[in-house]
Design a binder for this molecule. Structure first.
Ligand code: UP6
Length: 263
């Protein structure tokens, strides 16, 4: 069980993005990451402004924004300063090292220039980490590997998950942890961060294989560090309701963490 506090872990972490995330979690008493999967710039910015005070991290799928303009990134950065949160582009890179380095640094989105944290599928092998690290490490970024997924029937299990952890161990300076459903290492000195999607209090899943667990199941029972909530927060209607849900998930996630470090 990971019983160290976020603050203790922050003080020891060598990667700048991981350290900043842990410090933010502690400062705001929030292990909540909101996933803002909406297609209009205005909705994207409005939701982030509403949930900002309650989160440590915003997770984006920048490529679903249909009226994207580069200035959206400036507005996002302003909100991250205003509300004190980090940014995680959920890009799920999955190609050879040379290609992902280009996808990360270039194109319309230039993800490495604004996203503190991004993630990758380990399916291509260690070269994907080498490629992404060539871009992200000099910038102080952090990478998460998708060791597991939240969806029914997913293939990220068993030996695949174990191999993902081995790839991470070989690149500890840049790989800060995992997208996973549970703790991936019992070694507290490794201190991989576990960020976990598939979190919802009012629903068990959707029609396309998503499966939800509660913040308590994720943080207390499974030992994960950050809960990622999308539709459970932004899908609930007007700003007041979105704000109320963000506060609700923040409280639940933090209570589950306190229960874990005290147990
Ligand atoms: N996500 C998952 N499961 C995974 C990996 N990533 O749901 O295994 C991402 C999705 C979505 C968010 O791409 O952005 O987390 C979950 O959204 P939801 O809370 O609305 O289901």
């Amino acid at each position: 069980v990971q019983k160290q506090t976020y603050a203790q872990r922050a003080s020891k972490h060598a990667n700048p993005a991981a350290k900043a995330l842990l410090e933010t979690i502690e400062r705001k008493k929030s292990n909540l990451c909101v996933s803002v999967d909406v297609t209009k710039q205005a909705d994207f910015l409005r939701i982030i402004d509403v949930v900002g005070p309650y989160i440590c991290l915003v997770k984006t799928h920048i490529d679903v924004v249909e009226d994207f303009e580069p200035s959206l990134i400036d507005r996002l950065k302003e909100l991250s300063m205003k509300h004190d949160f980090l940014i995680f582009e959920d890009r799920k890179f999955a190609d050879i090292g040379n290609t992902v380095a280009l996808q990360y640094s270039s194109g319309v989105y230039r993800i490495s220039s604004w996203s503190h944290i991004t993630n990758a599928h380990p399916v291509p092998g260690p070269g994907i980490v080498t490629g992404l690290a060539s871009v992200g490490q000099p910038l102080g970024r952090g990478l998460l590997l998708l060791a597991e997924m939240s969806t029914k029937g997913n293939l990220a299990t068993g030996a695949y998950t174990a191999q993902a952890v081995e790839i991470a161990r070989a690149h500890r300076d840049f790989v800060i942890g995992f997208i996973a459903m549970r703790r991936m290492s019992e070694d507290n000195d490794e201190d991989f961060l576990i960020l976990t999607p598939g979190v919802g209090l009012d629903s068990k899943g959707d029609a396309m294989g998503q499966q939800y667990r509660t913040p308590r199941e994720v943080v207390f029972e499974s030992g994960c560090d950050v809960i990622i909530v999308g539709r459970g927060i932004y899908g609930k209607g007007g700003d007041e309701e979105v704000k109320a849900q963000a506060e609700r998930y923040r409280k639940e996630g933090w209570a589950a963490y306190e229960e874990r470090i005290r147990a």
